[in-house]
Design a binder for this molecule. Sequence first.
Ligand code: ZN
Length: 286
Amino acid sequence: MAWYSKQKKVPQTAATPAAPPAEPTKKGEGLWNKCDGCGEVVYRADLEANWNVCPRCGHHEMMPVRRRFEMLFDPGSFQELDVELTPQDPLGFVDAKKYKDRLKSTFKATGLRDAFISGLCTIGGREVSVGSFAFEFMGGSMGSVVGEKVARVIDRAYERKIPCIVFSSTGGARMQEGIYSLMQMAKTSAALNRFRKVRKPYISVMLHPTTGGVAASFAWLGDVVIAEPKALIGFAGPRVIEQTIREKLPPGFQRSEFLLEHGMIDAIVPRLELKDRLAQLLGLLG
Ligand SMILES: [Zn+2]
């Protein structure tokens, strides 16, 4: 006997209308939000007023890049630069759809040209060269444009002799740009090496998640490396590591708390305290 048998289709008539397809509820939409930390349902306006930190349990939801700037920089001080950089398709890459089409549709959905925004701002009155990943753009993946923008953030800090801060939230290199993506690791690391000469701080802030080629290059090369609570940070994913070393990984592996305990990062700073902490660090080191 067969394991599966074909079910007979019930013909639809006017008397038995088909049930409406369940509306897919996207995260980040609707009036209410179910917290991934405590499972409580929170009014979205309350969550957003609290910078996407759950008012019940303190769980950090992801936050769009522009909101982060609004939260951390002195009001009106951010000047966006490098806006002319737009991604190309050097390999003519096609997966489920053409890379070119994917770029177009992501631009339409997010209003962003690529997964990184860079510029100058002040924090606590001090000028800083800054840049941040936008996870909402193709999972914050790093292609040629992102790498170039990161390098420019660092180079501007070098030229002006000011501190620089990069906020990372990324899945790693952008596979659609192949080797061009991987080359960004060397390019940004080389820019940081030059920046060392001006003896100003480079603060790397790792948000959830920071993985792959970004974690393996400039994100972990900060003079000070800060992470948000419970952020996933690492190079390869836990499944790949387990299969490679054939050992069970300890609980909490690759989370901020585990990494702090093992000396891989310098501090865990809750989002609501980040602006003060950055201003303090800039005051001490800048
Ligand atoms: Zn919660």
